[in-house]
Design a protein around this ligand. Structure first.
Ligand SMILES: [Zn+2]
Length: 96
């Protein structure tokens, strides 16, 4: 006689997203989203990171008028990658 376990096939609802090791760069990257499982090209968002503040401090010390430059230019910023479908944060490219 076969016993049935109601609810045993149910997946837990609080799913932890386990991402495979993924190296993100500065550009949008094609990845499989760990959240919605779609193959997507990430959307990127530039954010102030350690490199921005480090550059600003150096400029503040040596070239005061240009202290603001790292905050308004992209080359120093960290790049955060998001899934365009489910908006999950997939990874960050850090300059430092
Ligand atoms: Zn997704």
């Amino acid at each position: 006689m076969e016993k049935s376990y109601p609810g045993m096939e149910m997946q837990p609802t609080n799913v932890t997203v386990v991402m495979p090791p993924q190296v993100f760069g500065k550009e949008p990257t094609q990845v499989t989203c760990g959240n919605c499982k779609n193959v997507v090209v990430t959307t990127t968002l530039y954010q102030d990171g350690g490199c921005v503040y480090m550059s600003a401090i150096l400029l503040f010390c040596f070239c005061l008028p240009f202290t603001f430059v790292p905050f308004i230019t992209y080359p120093c910023k960290d790049v955060t990658h998001y899934c365009p479908t489910c908006k999950a944060r997939l990874g960050t490219y850090k300059r430092l």
